[in-house]
Design a protein around this ligand. Structure first.
Ligand code: SF4
Ligand code: SF4
Length: 92
């Protein structure tokens, strides 16, 4: 199930409860800042998540995924790719 635009698992986020965050796909703005470039870009393209974008994985998303502080060493890219496969199944 798609939990975020970038492939992050909001259900596993340790800050979700304390921040009162409903999760990436249910909020207008992330609790951690004025906005998220990935979330905004994805929603401007009317996409449920980045995996369904023709530019996936773009440099912005890769920058998030491999950020030395906040990144997850590419795990969210793999999750987006898996969500894409789920969305495209069965193949036509
Ligand atoms: S980094 Fe951005 S796109 Fe990813 S879960 Fe957080 S707000 Fe959503
Ligand atoms: S993959 Fe990049 S260009 Fe495509 S929606 Fe996500 S952030 Fe935007």
């Amino acid at each position: 199930m798609t939990e975020s635009r970038c492939g992050l698992l909001c259900s596993a986020c340790e800050f979700r409860e304390s921040a009162g965050c409903g999760g990436c796909t249910r909020i207008d703005r992330p609790f951690w800042g004025e906005g998220c470039a990935v979330k905004s870009c994805c929603e401007a393209r009317n996409l449920p998540h980045c995996g369904l974008c023709g530019s996936f994985p773009c440099r912005t998303l890769e920058g998030f995924a491999y950020d030395s502080q906040q990144g997850d060493n590419g795990a969210r890219l793999e999750r987006c790719a898996a969500w894409r496969e789920e969305a495209l199944w069965p193949p036509v």
